[in-house]
Design a protein around this ligand. Structure first.
Ligand SMILES: NC(=O)c1ccc[n+]([C@@H]2O[C@H](COP(=O)([O-])OP(=O)(O)OC[C@H]3O[C@@H](n4cnc5c(N)ncnc54)[C@H](O)[C@@H]3O)[C@@H](O)[C@H]2O)c1
Length: 249
């Protein structure tokens, strides 16, 4: 039995699928209780609940759109009411669309920033009062290697993910004295439904030094590292890159 997160409570957004689901399950496996937040996704969340409960975790679920201020407030309030604490927040919820800038409707740009950047901001803000009161917290923001690299058809996505890196560094400096660390993970191409939605902008395996895409369970250990004590103690404002070697900042 792994116990690196025993006694911890973690909230993961976008937990019904892909990387978020893998992180939630890895946290449960390490002894954490988990609050799983996602938009309305039918039965997908229930399957992740089952996988977490297999490890003995207490699991709370919330259906919420991370770009909706009231819904985020309610999801965090319910989580803290249920568990009495919040140690780890993983801002993972995300979407993908493709468009050239020249053709991009402003609404498409705005929606991308709303889910990724506003969503991350709203969830960080909602977590802070509890983490400050505890004088302990770990915030992990899922960015992307594309924030560092750029990609045609994904300017809105790259901008949102780069914004998350700026937010991560600024917040890390703001809350360090409160015992809260804030870091980002910038994965390379990972086989998930989101990556399947890419058509023209698909990454090429040939570009990757390691010669293959990653799997969600290969990103989750980086989140466990950042959430853990002592493994994550000295990281703040950092970006960790499980990316098959594609970007070497
Ligand atoms: N898959 C990749 O190659 C890759 C690479 C780098 C970064 N990422 C990032 O990793 C994160 C997870 O992506 P994934 O590949 O696991 O995708 P995914 O599609 O498998 O999972 C994303 C989850 O986020 C949820 N979600 C979307 N919009 C939401 C909203 N407004 N409110 C609440 N939940 C919402 C979805 O319902 C889904 O369950 C995203 O932020 C993505 O940008 C993915």
């Amino acid at each position: 039995m792994n116990t690196r997160l025993a006694g911890r409570t973690a909230l993961v957004t976008g937990a019904a699928s892909g990387i978020g689901a893998a992180i939630a399950v890895a946290f449960a496996e390490e002894g954490a209780d988990v609050s799983l937040v996602d938009r309305d996704v039918g039965d997908h969340l229930a399957e992740v609940v089952r996988r977490c409960e297999k490890f003995g975790a207490t699991v709370h679920t919330e259906v919420a759109d991370v770009s909706d201020e009231d819904a985020v407030h309610a999801a965090f309030a319910a989580t803290v009411a249920r568990f009495g604490r919040l140690d780890v927040l993983v801002n993972n919820a995300g979407i993908i669309t493709e468009s050239r800038v020249a053709d991009m409707p402003a609404a498409l740009f705005d929606h991308m920033l709303a889910v990724h950047l506003r969503g991350t901001f709203l969830c960080c803000r909602a977590a802070l009062p509890t983490m400050r009161a505890q004088r302990h917290g770990r915030i992990i923001n899922i960015s992307s290697q594309l924030a560092l690299k750029g990609a045609p058809l994904l300017a809105h996505y790259c901008a949102a993910k780069a914004g998350i890196l700026g937010l991560t560094k600024a917040l890390a400096r703001e809350v360090a004295a409160d015992g809260i660390t804030v870091n980002a993970i910038a994965p390379g191409p990972i086989e998930t439904p989101l990556a399947d939605d890419l058509t023209e902008a698909k990454a090429s395996v040939a570009d990757l030094p390691l010669g293959r895409f990653g799997q969600p369970h290969e990103v989750a250990p980086t989140a466990v590292l950042l959430a853990g004590d002592p493994s994550g103690n000295l990281y703040t404002g950092q970006t960790l890159g499980p990316n098959s070697g594609d970007v070497m900042p």
